[in-house]
Design a protein around this ligand. Structure first.
Ligand code: NAP
Length: 288
């Protein structure tokens, strides 16, 4: 299998660097030629990885892993015909849901990503984890076998929807609150914020239920416990995007859940409110 990763950011560079250790021909593709310096597991060990721009790519790939932010996906779709063949396995290594339908190829899979890292200019600081969850299928099984020996841990799921919705909900509560109040996760120390967060999650759980995703009834408490374990000064991706004046990934997270709520004609006042506020913010910065 020939493998390409699109998007030389925190997730894409980590995936490319780890797969390259077992399949050195793997390519990391970006908008421009450049070299990324990758520092795994919070260490100072540095690996340099070449990024190839689309116009220098001269082959079609069997596996393409897309690791751009969800609002950057349209620009990648325009380039796909130059790097994908009709049977390519395309894996979306992104947060959120609802992007699969936008890719005009038959073998497209949404992965659930647990890789923690940060891009600062041409450097990638990987903090922890190398985990991707993907739907079990003949092609995804081949891919998993192909990268045996790399640190990338691919878990094949019989029903990926459950994992996708779990991550959607985890992102929904804390991302919305930290982004709206411009404070890191310690904001949940205020009891009224905890209460608000529970209401937002309850709206999300209701939508999941209508989609046929049945979580255990302790789900809200379980997620609140996860948040309680976060370091006080930790931000979330949407919080950092707001603080840095960047567009947000809300269409694929809050927006996806909101659209499914409308589809099922549900009353989700907390979700609707946070989505409306975050959308107004996103529209302001989308084209800047
Ligand atoms: P990121 O660090 O901002 O990286 C995105 C990369 O995509 C950037 O290097 C950007 O290039 C590149 N890009 C943008 N448009 C492109 C295009 N048309 N063609 C090729 N490359 C393009 O983002 P990330 O943190 O890796 O996040 C990727 C996805 O993973 C997001 O959905 C995020 O929510 C999810 N995720 C992230 C983490 C994390 O810890 N970072 C954890 C779990 C999930 P330039 O460098 O040229 O701007």
């Amino acid at each position: 299998m020939t493998i390409a990763i699109i998007g030389p950011g925190a997730v894409g560079t980590t995936i490319a660097a780890e797969i390259k250790k077992v399949l050195p021909e793997t390519q990391l593709i970006g908008r421009y030629d450049k070299t990324m310096s990758y520092f795994p597991e919070n260490t100072t060990h540095r690996f340099d990885i070449e990024v190839t721009s689309y116009d220098r790519v001269k082959q079609l790939f069997d596996v393409i892993i897309i690791a751009v932010k969800t609002h950057q996906l349209d620009s990648v779709i325009k380039q796909l015909s130059t790097i994908a063949h009709k049977d390519s396995l395309i894996i979306l290594a992104q947060n959120g849901y609802g992007q699969v339908e936008r890719i005009p190829y038959p073998n497209v899979f949404q992965a659930v990503v647990y890789i923690s890292g940060q891009k600062i200019n041409h450097q990638i600081k990987h903090f922890r984890d190398y985990q991707l969850y993907i739907q079990d299928n003949t092609l995804t099984r081949q891919f998993k076998n192909e990268i045996i020996g790399s640190k990338l841990n691919v878990t094949l799921e019989p029903n990926i929807e459950m994992k996708i919705w779990y991550k959607l909900l985890v992102n929904l509560g804390i991302n919305s609150i930290t982004a709206l109040v411009h404070q890191p996760t310690k904001v949940l120390q205020y009891p009224h914020m905890t209460e608000l967060c529970r209401h937002i999650l309850a709206d999300g759980v209701q939508v999941a239920y209508s989609e046929g995703i049945y979580f255990n009834e302790t789900i809200i408490g379980d997620i609140m416990n996860i948040y309680a374990g976060y370091p006080n000064e930790m931000g979330t991706s949407v919080y950092y995007d707001v603080m840095n004046g960047n567009p947000l990934e809300i269409d694929a997270i809050q927006g996806y859940i909101y659209r499914r709520a409308r589809y099922h004609q549900l009353k989700t006042p907390y979700l609707d409110t946070v989505y409306t506020f975050l959308s107004a913010y996103h529209l302001k910065y989308k084209h800047s």
